[in-house]
Design a protein around this ligand. Structure first.
Ligand code: SF4
Length: 452
């Protein structure tokens, strides 16, 4: 595509549906100087493991890495809340010169004796990749002393992209899975992978499955517990919601334990219903599960349809820009916004792969801008150009929407209301309608000149 404002090297990371027939360039390290919206490897692993609520999460590095990711997701717990504390070995110049192993050992001893956790995760940050502390050996030693898993997370910040952090988290989880016996797990049982219980969403999803007759062995990692994760290999099926972060774990479990997996999504009526039906079909030897699923879907949709229609009227014809971490979420958002009468004019992700972008291309309307690993300058420019009324993203995208004077919906870590499931779909419509129709926009100068 031709655009003088773009860095030359970024041009093939952006395409316009139908005008550009070439394949998008993706899964590459971020271009130096392009100010990516991506986070570092460490942050990638931290966001995946963080919701495990009965484990100590110790960040081995300078205090800033821990502060930056403190309570990073609004992951709720139905019990312990150890995950909400951010522990750091607080390395300083002395340890950078002489090594941080002593400090790490002392921190683990103190934390384990004080909090009696079920496990401990030790995250390596950039500086550990430079000074070379033997984190694996220390974790092994401490694990033997206290008899709990002490898992090193190989998440040196500069060694790759945020996606490598997801892989490091999956490898860490894989070390816990299979460490407890799997007696008394029924056949109709699943693990929910890539669900982080933001604003209690895992509880909504779990309730659906319980209602249709399926047992949840573990949720990885929302409201997560070490004992449940240890038995995850006993489930008959893995369902993968955030595939960007958890597909690697699903593949590892398939290889070692033969556990099949299904990709699912709980955003938007169409995808929630389809996900429940697909899981029910997997257990086709138990036809009552499909019948229960049909009943649940019918009741959930009909009980909310009147209220949903009110929001549809307000939203019809509005234009949205979407920029999310993993592309799979964008698929559901496009369908969901379309069902509300809205049009998506920009769709992008931080970590999508070639297959994801091809699916995005198929789903989007002609003229939609599809973008990989975008930066604020590109996003702002295209939002203005395409006259978007609403921006859907995460905490890093929020200020952009505010500055451009358009509505915003946080569909990432910091959302305060559940957006998953049928209930979440209604919340989503309500949230975007209230942001788009807020009276505050009368007092701001809108830069994008959209349809408000
Ligand atoms: S791990 Fe490295 S890039 Fe990540 S927060 Fe720490 S210092 Fe920054």
């Amino acid at each position: 595509m031709e655009n003088r404002a773009l860095l030359k090297e970024r041009e093939n990371h952006i395409l316009i549906k139908e005008s550009d027939q070439t394949q998008i360039s993706c899964e590459k390290p971020t271009l130096a100087g392009a100010v990516s919206q991506r986070a570092c490897v460490f942050c990638g692993s931290r966001v995946v493991l963080y919701p495990i609520a009965d484990a100590v999460h110790l960040v081995h590095g300078p205090v800033g890495c821990a502060a930056y990711t403190w309570d990073i997701r609004g992951s709720l717990s139905s019990g312990p809340e150890l995950h909400r504390l951010s522990f750091s070995t607080d390395l300083s110049e002395q340890e950078v010169i002489h090594g941080g192993e002593k400090k790490l050992t002392a921190a683990l001893n103190k934390l384990i004796t004080t909090y009696r956790p079920k496990a401990a995760f030790v995250y390596s940050t950039c500086i550990i990749g430079i000074i070379g502390d033997d984190v694996d050996a220390i974790c092994k030693k401490i694990s033997n002393v206290y008899g709990i898993p002490v898992i090193p997370v190989d998440s040196v910040g500069f060694q790759g992209t945020k996606k490598d952090g997801y892989a490091a988290a999956c490898n860490a989880l894989f070390k816990i899975i299979g460490t407890e016996p799997v007696t008394n797990i029924p056949v109709c049982s699943i693990n929910i992978l890539g669900e982080f219980n933001l604003a209690g969403e895992a509880w909504i999803i779990k309730e659906y499955y319980q209602k249709i007759g399926i047992t949840i062995v573990s949720t990885l990692t929302g409201d997560g517990r070490i004992d449940e994760i240890s038995r995850a290999h006993g489930a008959s099926l893995n369902i993968v919601q955030c595939s960007g972060s958890m597909m690697q774990l699903a593949k590892l479990m398939k290889e070692k334990y033969g556990t099949p997996f299904l990709r699912v999504s709980y955003f938007g009526i169409e995808d929630v219903a389809l996900s429940l039906y697909n899981v029910a079909d997997f257990f086709s030897d138990y036809p009552e599960i499909k019948e229960n699923a049909k009943k649940l879907v019918y009741e959930e949709i009909t009980s909310r349809s009147k209220e949903l229609d009110l929001y549809k009227k307000k939203l019809a014809g509005k234009k949205a820009a979407i920029y999310v971490g993993e592309a799979f979420k964008a698929f559901s958002l496009i369908k969901s916004l379309r069902s509300l009468g809205m049009k998506v004019v920009l769709a992008g992700s931080q970590t999508g792969n070639t297959e994801d972008y091809e699916t995005l291309r198929e789903l989007c309307d002609p003229g939609t801008i599809i973008i990989d690993d975008a930066n604020p300058a590109e996003l702002s420019r295209f939002i203005i150009e395409k006259e978007a009324d609403l921006f859907i993203g995460g905490v890093k995208e929020r200020p952009m929407a505010m500055k451009l004077g358009i509505g915003f919906c946080d569909h990432n870590h910091e959302r305060q209301i559940p957006l998953a499931g049928f209930e979440g779909n209604l919340n989503f419509a309500k949230e975007i309608a209230s942001s788009l129709c807020s009276p505050v926009w009368r007092f701001t100068k809108k830069q994008s000149g959209g349809t408000k």
